[in-house]
Design a protein around this ligand. Structure first.
Ligand SMILES: [Zn+2]
Length: 154
């Protein structure tokens, strides 16, 4: 016997099964055992008095209310199509996301390679150039002028 309750169809909340003494819906003034399933989230409920259903014993009534609570309408054709389109869209977005990640990784690799290439070129240029002592002294002089100009700025 399957006793697992589906979530509330209105709010997705957790349902609980209970029984209580209640006035019977079909017979005025008589008390019976009402089986009820109610949502602990939004308080939606359904129930019936066992005595109102001739063929129900105690376990049968419990199973009947569980089956009724768990019964959902079949999805419409539009719902089925929408779900399929959403699943396809999800798959395409996943694929696009993976493509973007791969492109970004490739760009990072290329940026590293380009930086290494420029640094290598500059290193070779400095190492290979026939810098004279005068050029180095002029360069240091120019740097000191630049540093003093920078210092004298307001
Ligand atoms: Zn609910």
């Amino acid at each position: 016997m399957e006793n697992k309750l589906e979530p509330c169809p209105f709010c997705g909340g957790a349902p609980e099964l209970d029984s209580q003494q209640a006035y019977r819906a079909l017979v005025d003034g008589k008390v019976g055992t009402r089986f009820v399933i109610y949502c602990t989230g939004c308080n939606a409920d359904m129930g019936f008095c066992r005595e109102d259903v001739e063929s129900c014993n105690h376990e049968g009534a419990e199973q009947e209310i569980i089956t009724t609570w768990n019964t959902r309408p079949a999805p419409s054709e539009a719902d089925v199509k929408r779900e399929a389109l959403l699943a396809e869209l999800d798959a395409q977005l996943d694929a696009l996301g993976n493509e973007i990640i791969a492109l970004r990784e490739d760009l990072d690799v290329r940026a590293d390679e380009e930086r290494d290439r420029v640094v290598g070129w500059l290193s070779r240029f400095v190492a290979d150039a026939p810098w004279s002592d005068e050029v180095i002294a002029a360069s240091m002089f120019a740097q000191s002028i630049a540093a003093n100009e920078h210092r004298s700025e307001p």
